[in-house]
Design a protein around this ligand. Structure first.
Ligand code: NAD
Length: 484
């Protein structure tokens, strides 16, 4: 199947933090792939802007090296890479001073889309916003893209929103959550709102529970100091997992339109119950597998920061009251796997004697690896031997079912950057959404900060702390196996 590529308008995209890790691993490789696909107009430009005193030639070399390292070899076309690099420029800039800003102002073109990607520490967002205005570089039509973390609590998120709002309108601000750029996450909306099949069942009457899992095999190695100030709740739950929960729980928007979608997501966040202490399990990975445990990597050897969290969340509205959402995420777990599983209730009465094969329907939305959607359905076991039942997947995986080369499914970052150029905010978080999510998360974090309990230790390569299993068993349910 050949995917359709619709070119975007010509743009000047400035990447503040263009020499940083994110730019190297995700932004430039992603932009190259859009160029290769023919989506980036050939006269568009990408301007790196960072503290390092580099010439444009030296910067192009670093971008070329990033492409060589992070783009799959069979997508590296030397002629296209050479052309792509001619579209790249560089300006050394100081976010906290006036150095470099006039040079940047001088090279920006009129009549093209101007976008500014803040791929720098959030502490610099205010400085960048202010200087873009002071030097007349941003106008009322320019867009800014801001990275996570968007605050560490409600107060800091409000402060960030206020500083950006003093120079840009909400319509100009694109808060990235790369989970929203994933193909399957968007497909979740297509499955829900473009089919009659699921929506009538999409409520507590028919859905027993929902599980959202984001499991990683890696630890915090090298990022211990940063992570220790954050933890799984701030790093994963308040943003990525909250966004996934919203897309599952939200009402159908009246139109697939940025504010219509985001209004519905906001209503979900506001309907979340406060989480009771007994519905939360926090864990820290222990040493094992030849690696140190969490505490060996954290700055504070007595740290109580969680590298794992599981929680049971209630959504108090007509649709979901009575259907729990179980969320879990952690590092150094058995496998790298992110998925959403919607488990439907069993049929009201079984007419078959074979009760042992009696399982529920589950809709599994797989985010990584192997993005795809599977619907687990019950069928008769083939062959003679009577009426025995078995559960089989109706596989809607892209790679197999749609004949799409996995490499052609664009990465979340490149898709989201193209949305910025198109001026489509549907897959970006609005300021009030982020604040509402912190307003929900803050009391949970404050409550455990106030207690002296330590997170429960768990073995690397396991599926998390014992208490997390109990969280489900207690309710007569079980977690799905974490597997790639
Ligand atoms: P990094 O430390 O690798 O790079 C920081 C960049 O900011 C460098 O280009 C540096 O030159 C520039 N910079 C720092 N101070 C500056 C100043 N005073 N003036 C101008 N430029 C300055 O950081 P990173 O890992 O690329 O992360 C960038 C942002 O993206 C952060 O907000 C981070 O939280 C977020 N983020 C990163 C990742 C990731 O995988 N690296 C993932 C998600 C979010």
């Amino acid at each position: 199947m050949v995917s359709r590529v619709i070119p975007v308008d010509t743009f000047d995209l400035v990447i503040f933090g263009g020499t940083g890790d994110l730019a190297r691993r995700k932004i430039f490789p992603g932009l190259y792939r859009r160029y290769l696909a023919g989506q980036m107009p050939p006269d568009s430009r990408i301007i790196g802007a960072a503290r390092a005193d580099l010439t444009p030639e030296a910067f192009r070399e670093t971008v070329g090296a990033a492409i060589a390292e992070f783009v799959p070899k069979d997508r590296q076309d030397p002629a296209v890479i050479a052309k792509f690099l001619t579209r790249i420029d560089y300006v050394p800039i100081d976010a906290k001073g006036d150095g470099g800003w006039t040079a940047l102002a001088d090279i920006m073109r009129d009549g093209v889309v101007r976008a500014f990607y803040f791929s720098v520490a959030p502490a610099l967002f205010g400085d960048l916003a202010e200087r873009l205005h002071k030097h007349g570089i941003a106008d009322g039509k320019s867009r800014i893209v801001v990275e996570k973390p968007f605050g560490r609590d409600l107060e800091s998120a409000q402060a960030l929103n206020a500083v950006l709002a003093s120079h840009f309108s909400e319509k100009q601000i694109y808060r990235i959550d790369h989970y929203l750029g994933k193909e399957t996450v968007q497909n979740l909306m297509a499955v829900r709102f473009a089919n009659i099949l699921f929506e009538p069942l999409w409520k507590s009457e028919f859905v027993d529970h929902v599980q959202i899992t984001v499991a990683e095999t890696v630890g915090v190695n090298g990022r211990g100091a940063y992570y220790d100030k954050s933890g799984a709740m701030r790093d994963m739950v308040q943003n990525h997992m909250m966004q996934l929960l919203c897309l599952i729980a939200m009402e159908p928007p009246y139109h697939f339109d940025p504010d219509a979608v985001r209004d519905e997501k906001l209503k979900v966040i506001r309907a979340l119950d406060p989480v009771k202490p007994e519905d939360i399990v926090r864990g820290q990975y222990l040493p094992g597998g030849g690696e140190g445990g969490y505490l060996e990597h954290a700055e504070n050897p007595a740290s109580r920061t969680e590298s794992y969290i599981a929680l049971k969340v209630g959504v108090s509205n007509w649709r979901w009251s009575g259907t729990p959402f179980y969320l879990r995420t952690g590092k150094r777990l058995r496998a790298r796997a992110s998925e959403i599983a919607i488990t439907f209730k069993a049929v009201p009465h079984s007419i078959f004697d074979d009760a042992k094969g009696w399982l529920e329907n589950v809709l599994v939305i797989r985010l990584q690896p192997n993005e795809g959607i599977n619907l687990m359905v019950m069928i008769k076991e083939p062959g003679p031997g009577g009426m025995r039942l078995m559960q089989v997947p109706l596989d809607m995986s892209f790679a197999d079912a749609l004949g799409v080369d996995a490499e052609d499914v664009s990465d979340a970052y490149e898709r989201l950057i193209m949305d910025v150029i198109r001026g489509n905010q549907t897959l970006f978080m609005r300021g009030d959404e982020v604040e509402a999510a912190w307003a929900w998360a803050d009391p949970i974090i404050d409550a455990w900060d106030a207690r002296s309990t330590r997170p429960q230790g768990y073995d690397p390569g396991s599926s998390g702390p014992e208490d997390a299993l109990m969280l489900m068993h207690r309710d007569g349910r079980r977690w799905r196996e974490i597997k790639e």
